[in-house]
Design a protein. Structure first.
Length: 121
């Protein structure tokens, strides 16, 4: 239940991000994802590793999902693209670095986040 509440909070942050600038969006989204990652069962035993993974992949995911605004269109963050890029990168790295327990937890989170995000649309 706590995971679903955290996911709903993260989705709310993504709506706010659509109305804000990139530097504020970067720190807000990273903080919310950090909180969500900390809810995973594998976090306690792999905290430092998972924090480093999140930090590394967040930069790439935000760059891929953030669209700069124009005179007629506001800047926006495609949260589906962000979730996919972030979690796919984290899962791939965890598998490559022989951390199957972390990869499995992240895969479960990915499925929940994407299913929840699709329902929100």
């Amino acid at each position: 239940m706590r995971k679903l509440a955290a996911i709903a909070l993260v989705l709310g942050i993504f709506v706010w991000v659509k109305l804000s600038d990139r530097s504020r969006a970067d720190s807000a989204v990273l903080a919310e994802m950090q909180q969500l990652i900390q809810e995973l069962d594998a976090y306690d035993a792999n905290a430092e590793y998972m924090d480093e993974l999140l930090q590394r992949e967040h930069t790439y995911a935000l760059a891929a999902a953030y669209a700069m605004g124009t005179r007629r269109q506001a800047a926006s963050l495609d949260h589906m693209k962000y979730f996919e890029r972030l979690l796919d990168g984290m899962i791939e790295d965890a598998g490559f670095e022989r951390k199957p327990e972390v990869a499995d937890e992240l895969q479960g989170l990915r499925m929940i986040l994407l299913a929840t995000a699709e329902q929100e649309l």
